[in-house]
Ligand binder design. Structure first.
Ligand code: 6CS
Length: 318
């Protein structure tokens, strides 16, 4: 039996490491009865295409990041509300791997679309790479910021004062080069491997968002597995949570050094707490938009998730 797993990133990425380790474990645990084939980004289409292929059963697994999934599973966009997740990544890890809100409430939203939400994991803090210095919302005036395609991200960058420009991942480098966009936002490992730093001048840490992703499978596929196989799959996914958390941390640290070496004159700016607070205040407008878009059920998800994050922060020690 062959299981096909498509990722939204290129070979060598965080998602690739996850899929490769998933492959190794599944093949080992099934004594080779199941083989896993990994399809890197660019071989099968955009993120939205990959999700669609999973619902159709043409693919068994895919990464489906909330930043691209918003029109299909509206409520997952809670992860695109700025400043939602903690700046304590241990707390984020705990919430993303164990949350009742995610696996029960959001899980049933996925089921309605024919998807089984297997896991969520973080890929690192999202950093702005831009062609000008941004320290306050006014600096975003007339600034075309590329975002992923979820409506919530568009609201978030409007709230920050920018002109959001959604586009697929594969078009970002060219868009920056041709000056169709003035900046983009992604975790450091991606900025390095996609070479976005080559076509921008600044890297800016505003602390506004963690990149998160989900791994989905088809609900029919999942429910049709033998009990033994389903157990093996669930265990494999559970084992990978700690693994991928370490990998993303390592990749983001190492590749920042790579960028510094490759482009010593890249300007690196961390916003001060006061500057971050201004964006955090502006983000309240985006939060309201989320509630407007998703109604009472969305509001409950937002509040419950915030409570889980607070509890996890306390447990992680601040
Ligand atoms: O910006 C994007 O579109 C993409 N960024 C990452 C780090 N992974 C996948 C996603 O599609």
């Amino acid at each position: 039996e062959e299981w096909k797993f498509a990722i939204e990133e290129i070979t060598g990425s965080v998602q690739d490491r996850y899929a490769q380790e998933f492959k190794r474990l599944v093949e080992e645990k099934t004594d080779g009865e199941v083989t896993v084939t990994v399809y890197p980004y660019g071989t099968l289409g955009t993120s939205a295409d990959l999700t669609e292929l999973v619902t159709q059963g043409a693919l068994q697994f895919a990464n489906a990041s909330p930043g691209h999934l918003g029109t299909l599973v509206q409520e997952i966009q809670v992860f695109s509300v700025p400043y939602l997740l903690s700046d304590n990544n241990e707390a984020n890890k705990k919430v993303l791997s164990e949350s009742e809100v995610i696996y029960d409430t959001l899980g049933s939203d996925f089921e309605e679309k024919g998807l089984k939400l297997l896991t969520m994991y973080p890929e690192g803090e999202m950093v702005w790479t831009t062609n000008r210095e941004i320290r306050k919302p006014e600096d975003f005036d007339n600034f075309k910021m590329r975002t992923m395609v979820s409506p919530m991200l568009i609201e978030a960058y409007k709230a920050f004062g920018a002109s959001p420009t959604p586009m697929p991942y594969g078009e970002v480098y060219g868009g920056l080069q041709l000056k169709q966009i003035d900046g983009q936002v992604n975790p450091i490992f991606a900025i390095e491997e996609m070479k976005f730093y080559e076509v921008t001048d600044y890297m800016i840490w505003a602390g506004q968002q963690q990149f998160t992703t989900t791994v989905v499978t088809g609900a029919d596929f999942y429910n049709g597995l033998s009990d033994e196989r389903r157990k093996m799959l669930d265990e494999t996914v559970a084992e990978l949570s700690d693994y991928i958390f370490k990998v993303q941390d390592e990749y983001n640290k190492e590749r920042l050094e790579k960028i510094k070496k490759a482009k010593p004159d890249m300007k690196m700016i961390e916003l001060t707490d006061e500057e971050k607070a201004v964006f955090e205040k502006a983000a309240m407008q985006a939060r309201e938009k989320f509630i407007e878009m998703t109604g009472d059920s969305g509001k409950k998800i937002l509040n419950d998730l915030e409570a889980e994050i607070k509890a996890a922060e306390k447990e992680a020690g601040g």
